[in-house]
Design a protein around this ligand. Structure first.
Ligand code: SOE
Length: 388
């Protein structure tokens, strides 16, 4: 079996999710290329040493550049904060390494374009981490749209609701700093919705948005912490420089209308990534909290049984399901990453680019930027205007 040597940068939330996927692939997808977990890299020697041991990497390093000089590393997997993506991805591509980068691809559209240029110039493979595409129920929705089972699409409405910032004492973590994160709910959650919209419905022509930072200052954290940070004991406060919530409307190139809502202030909702598609012949509803299910409505069902049916996407006819458990035995969040990385591994076996790749990352960044511009100018912005 062909093998691919992985060098990973970053070892927190996404580093763990990707590592888990690398470990599961030989067991559940034995016929694809096998990832070899070579080196994991991070700034804190103790933290990264512990992660290497726990995740199963052969070695660890505190110097990401050293990974690029090694002949035994084929792919650089970037899980570090968004402000590091550009430098690492471009350097990796120039060193001839394949690149897998977490979303959002970059802090700005311009940066993402430079990243795309670099990977294209060096001819390496490139992938961006839009993992929700890989939930089998989402892939079923895509199949129904592509087969025109839902007819002409009129509406796409999507919402990604979290509530981890409602407490004003939650510390000003790096995700709330524009210089590091690029944006707040917009690039973190909205980026997933935009990617799903591109995947399921197609290109967006124009957008208009609004946003809000509800709490403008927060106590500074005592260390670099993530989503699971508890209240800070610091008296010193720092400015929140990103959006807490961003909402926007969109017109798709195919005539459909879209509405998008991304927020970290939806009290009671921990990670509700959902969309609904309404077409002339039917509708579908996906809710990540019930990620094994797709609700499906067909307008030509008999009158007396009209209604949404609940389809459990765990049968052999559903994407990736044959590699898992017998029908009805459900899968979880981590499986979206496993499927995503199977796509990456398959791209090596089939000698093609994986999807979604940096082209999709740039497309997403175009919409993110157009929405920001529309908020600044208080007007509709055409995507073609930010493309030029
Ligand atoms: C945190 O807001 C987060 O973990 C995102 O960074 C992920 O991309 C999303 O999947 C869930 O929420």
């Amino acid at each position: 079996m062909e093998k691919l040597n992985i060098g990973m940068i970053g070892y927190k939330f996404m580093g763990k999710a990707h590592s888990h996927a690398y470990r599961d692939i030989p067991l559940f997808f034995p016929n694809t290329v096998h990832p070899e977990m070579k080196v994991i890299c991070g700034r804190d020697p103790e933290g990264v040493a512990a992660a290497a041991k726990q995740f199963g990497f052969e070695e660890y390093s505190t110097d990401w550049k050293s990974l690029l000089e090694r002949d035994d590393i084929d792919l650089i997997d970037i899980n570090s904060p968004s402000n590091t993506h550009k430098e690492i991805a471009i350097a990796a591509a120039q060193a001839g390494k394949h690149v897998f980068c977490e979303k959002p691809l970059a802090l700005t559209l311009e940066d993402s374009r430079e990243m795309l240029e670099a990977v294209e110039a060096s001819g390496v493979k490139h992938m961006v981490g839009f993992n929700y595409r890989f939930a089998p129920a989402v892939m079923l929705a895509k199949k129904l749209v592509d087969e025109r089972q839902l007819g002409t699409i009129h509406h796409f409405r999507a919402w990604f609701l979290q509530d981890w910032l409602v407490d004003p004492d939650f510390p000003r973590v790096w995700r709330l700093e524009k210089d590091i994160a690029g944006s707040g709910s917009h690039g973190d959650l909205g980026a997933h919705l935009i990617d799903l919209a591109h995947y399921l419905i197609g290109d967006i022509n124009e957008v208009i948005g609004m946003n809000q930072t509800f709490i403008k200052e927060r106590p500074l954290p005592s260390q670099m912490t993530g989503l699971s940070a508890k209240g800070s004991d610091s008296n010193e406060k720092g400015e929140v420089t990103v959006d807490d919530a961003t909402l926007f409307l969109a017109r798709f190139a195919n005539g459909a209308l879209g509405s998008f809502e991304a927020t970290r202030f939806a009290t009671g909702h921990r990670c509700k990534n959902s969309f609904e598609i309404n077409g002339s012949k039917g509708s579908v509803i996906f809710d990540f909290e019930r990620m094994n299910e797709l609700q499906v409505y067909f307008a030509d069902d008999r009158d007396d049984v009209q209604g949404f049916r609940r389809v459990l996407a765990t049968d052999p006819s559903h994407a990736y399901a044959e590699n898992w458990w017998p029908p009805g035995h459900t899968i979880g969040y981590e499986h979206t990453f496993i499927h995503e990385i199977v796509e990456l591994m398959e791209s090596f076996r089939e000698k093609r680019q994986p999807v979604p790749n940096f082209h999709d990352g740039v497309k997403c960044q175009e919409v993110l930027e157009a929405v920001d511009l529309s908020i600044e100018k208080e007007q509709w912005i055409r995507i073609s205007d930010v493309q030029n």
